[in-house]
Write a new protein. Structure first.
Length: 173
């Protein structure tokens, strides 16, 4: 979701900056989730979230390089306050003691959310360079979804364990 940002008014530099910020936000969220999962010793979920953080970082770096080639060090006009969870997993989608399968589903939902964002944006009257960039980003989201689906197909089924099974009983004070 973007707040107070009229996508129809973006030029290519602003669109690249928006895309970079989206990737950075997702990377940071996956890093947070990695730390939480490691704290709760759910290493499979932590490892997958770490993998996703690296993937988002790489995509963000590729976009940053593209931006630098086209616009050098021109100051950014788009900032993080203009977006919220375009691709980053929502906090409400995670919980302590996640299984690998649950982590994969969180990532798949985030990739679908990003796809939907760019799909909706492409219905707007965008400038041709912005439209082309958003089409490329939409295709990236399809590839990311396919990758997560392949991992889901390989993941073992959950064993019917619920997060509350790991919760400690209340202790009298």
């Amino acid at each position: 979701m973007t707040k107070n940002l009229d996508l129809t008014k973006l030029d290519l530099m602003d669109a690249l900056d928006l895309a970079i910020l989206i990737e950075q936000e997702a990377m940071e969220r996956y890093e947070e989730l990695t730390a939480v999962m490691r704290e709760h010793r759910t290493e499979e979920a932590a490892s997958f979230f770490h993998f996703m953080a690296k993937a988002e970082a790489k995509h963000g770096a590729d976009l940053l390089n593209q931006r630098a080639k086209l616009f050098g060090k021109t100051e950014r006009r788009v900032n993080r306050s203009l977006l919220w969870e375009v691709e980053a997993p929502g906090y409400e989608t995670v919980h302590d003691f996640m299984t690998l399968r649950e982590a994969l589903n969180v990532a798949l939902d985030a990739e679908v959310k990003a796809y939907d964002y760019f799909d909706q944006a492409l219905k707007l009257p965008l400038t041709p360079p912005v439209k082309k960039l958003f089409e490329e980003l939409l295709q990236e989201e399809i590839l990311h979804q396919e990758m997560v689906k392949r991992e889901l197909a390989k993941a073992p089924p959950d064993e019917g364990v619920k997060p509350e099974d790991f919760a400690d009983e209340p202790v009298a004070q």
